[in-house]
Design a protein around this ligand. Structure first.
Ligand code: APR
Length: 252
């Protein structure tokens, strides 16, 4: 309990707060994480077979079908109290590795997406943004669905996410690095802190003098970076932490 009180004091005093999230913040909404044993998404699908440019080139229908299945899954779930607590942190900069839209649906409109979004498909040839398919009904898990063609160049439309081996969106990475370098407190929630360059963000904040607070039920490599480690789930810890740090906001 002392830890959550210490974390709340750090947040209460902070002028500039960054919230850095990973798949764990969406776990209690029913969106599987990537590396958790048993429920991890990769347990059922091999990352290399689905989330690389080569995989899309070899099997556009398998890769597109998998992402459409994920997008539909996300559309059927809801932001959890963890997302809502983050959205209530009015001046916080929210930086996520997630490709779901749960932060936005909770009210964090300006979320920085380091790994792109399931909701921003684009042409694999000319890069033109594409409309989301209006197909009804959820593609079966792993069912092949042929991707639409670009209205401008007829190239195949691809998911708007960053694949292994691809560079992160420059503007997003710059915004994240700037926010992490300037903040007083960085709250990292639900990430294993293992995938770079995104995983550099909490470390950059710590090097720049910020206090890092971690929320995760499990130990991670970020344990040694964090000043305070709150062992618990996002939906449990974040509402309590926010209420202690900003009691007047909680009263709203
Ligand atoms: N609340 C908070 N944290 C949780 C919860 C929860 N309810 N449930 C699980 N976690 C934690 C796990 O302990 C784990 O440390 O969330 C973390 C999820 O880690 P990963 O599955 O590795 O997800 P993430 O860190 O977001 O992965 C980073 O890797 O595969 C790529 O691009 C993908 O963005 C992803 C990146």
């Amino acid at each position: 309990m002392a830890d959550v009180r210490e974390a709340a004091k750090l947040l209460e005093k902070a002028q500039r707060v960054v919230v850095f999230t990973g798949a764990g913040i969406s776990a209690e909404s029913g969106v599987p994480t990537f590396r958790d044993a048993l429920t991890g998404l990769w347990e059922r699908f091999d990352a290399q077979s689905l989330a690389t440019p080569q995989a899309f080139q070899d099997d556009p229908d398998l890769v597109w079908g998998w992402y459409e299945w994920r997008r539909h899954r996300v559309s059927t779930v809801h932001p959890n109290p963890g997302h809502l607590a983050v959205a209530a942190m009015k001046n916080a900069v929210v930086i996520t590795q997630n490709v779901d839209d749960l932060h936005e649906r909770a009210g964090s409109a300006d979320t920085v997406h380091l790994h792109g979004s399931l909701f921003m498909p684009r042409c694999s040839q000319c890069g033109e943004a594409a409309a989301l398919p209006s197909t009804t009904g959820e593609p079966d898990e792993g069912r092949r669905v042929w991707p639409p063609s670009c209205v401008r160049c007829a190239g195949l439309i691809r998911p708007g996410v960053v694949w292994f081996g691809e560079a992160l969106p420059e503007a997003a990475l710059e915004a994240a690095a700037r926010a992490a370098s300037d903040c007083d407190v960085l709250l990292t929630v639900g990430t294993s802190g293992m995938v770079y360059p995104a995983a550099e963000i909490p470390r950059l904040a710590a090097r720049s003098g910020a206090a890092v607070i971690q929320v995760n039920p499990q130990p991670t490599p970020l344990d040694s970076v964090a000043l305070v480690n709150l062992r618990g789930s996002a939906a449990q810890v974040l509402p309590d932490l926010a209420a202690r740090a900003w009691p007047d906001q909680a009263a709203e």
